[in-house]
Write a protein of this length. Structure first.
Length: 358
């Protein structure tokens, strides 16, 4: 039975992420060449292998059983976020990781999966009226958003907020209610400015005008734009980009990995990467389309929203058309927790696909 399931999986959802991982490993190695961080490429390969194993394990596992454990996943994520605030390792001014020596765990990545599972289970339960469920859901989301903002991690807060919005808008309630909700959300957006820290205010100002602080908060964005433009049509080749090799491009293996890829492969490589992302995104939403139950459909849409938001924001901030938030590029940026949780998401999507495919 398990072998039969594996024969019916969507191999596009395997091949495309693997291609993205290969592009990521190549870029990580290229941008860290000549530094003490070349080991990151090898470590990324290891995490990718572990991620693929987890993906196939999740494919065999019946996704419907996740509904029973949704509350446990939620509480576990909240507990890990508290541990980060108490014992987390501070890197670049943010406390987002728990250091286990050989491995650094980033609970906010786990949160993205657990919140999607919990929200899908909550909305598909139909236990109470829509208003009561909406109030409960807002309260449930408020807790992790508050905790990740304390790290601070604005990027994760944005991602899980979009998960809420994405699932809210496919929730079968009256359109008038959704319109009112949109108006209310637009009205309270300005209040978010007063909840941000000073450096986050500066990032918004830099997004509007990167040249206002070229040697401070605007430096990363300016160097990223230069790296993307310097790639030209065909690119400068792997290991030959001046921005990355001379260390002008900051964190080129994580936040600004798209700029490193664009510098090495040029417009052709950049377009190829973006097209791969678009096709993968389309295949993810295709899983939502074939799902026969609400829980599966909500899960697929939630994971699709996570992938879409992270891709758009990361590439956008590399091009200077989105604020810098520290969001990684899925399957491409270096990061063990993010890569493995991305593959776990794919495994759950495959589980939905093989059990609903006609």
């Amino acid at each position: 039975m398990q072998l039969k399931l594996l024969r019916t999986i969507d191999w596009t959802l395997v091949a495309l992420p693997v291609l993205l991982v290969v592009a990521g490993v190549i870029t990580i190695y290229s941008t860290t060449l000549g530094t003490s961080q070349t080991y990151l490429a090898g470590r990324q390969i290891l995490f990718a292998v572990l991620g693929l194993i987890l993906m196939f394990a999740c494919t065999v596992f019946n996704y419907r059983a996740l509904k029973s454990y949704a509350g446990i996943f939620y509480l576990l994520s909240i507990g890990l976020l508290f541990l980060v605030l108490m014992f987390g390792k501070k890197i670049f001014g943010a406390t987002r990781w728990i250091d286990f020596g050989v491995f650094q765990l980033q609970p906010s990545e786990i949160l993205k999966i657990s919140m999607t599972i919990f929200t899908a289970a909550f909305l598909s339960s139909g236990a109470t009226g829509w208003l009561k469920r909406l109030i409960w859901l807002l309260a449930i989301f408020a807790v992790p958003i508050f905790l990740v903002l304390r790290q601070p991690d604005l990027g994760t807060a944005i991602v899980i907020s979009f998960v809420f919005l994405g699932l809210f808008f496919i929730w079968p309630i009256h359109k008038k209610i959704k319109i009112i909700a949109v108006i209310v959300m637009i009205a309270i957006i300005p209040l978010g400015w007063f909840l941000m820290r000073d450096y986050q205010h500066q990032r918004i100002r830099t997004f509007i005008d990167p040249g206002s602080d070229p040697y401070g908060s605007g430096y990363n964005v300016i160097q990223s734009i230069i790296a993307v433009g310097s790639g030209g049509i065909w690119g400068r080749g792997l290991g030959n980009g001046p921005q990355s090799q001379l260390n002008f491009l900051p964190v080129s293996h994580t936040d600004f990995i798209f700029a490193g890829w664009a510098e090495a492969t040029g417009l052709i490589g950049s377009v190829a990467l973006i097209i791969t992302m678009i096709i993968l995104n389309w295949r993810i939403y295709n899983v939502a389309k074939i799902a026969q139950d609400d829980f599966g459909r909500y899960l697929a849409v939630g994971f699709g929203v996570i992938f879409t938001v992270q891709t758009v924001i990361n590439i956008g901030m590399n091009l200077g058309i989105a604020p810098v938030t520290g969001i990684p590029l899925p399957y491409v940026s270096a990061g063990g927790t993010a890569l493995m949780t991305n593959f776990i998401s794919l495994g759950i999507l495959q589980s939905i696909y093989v059990r609903n495919k006609k």
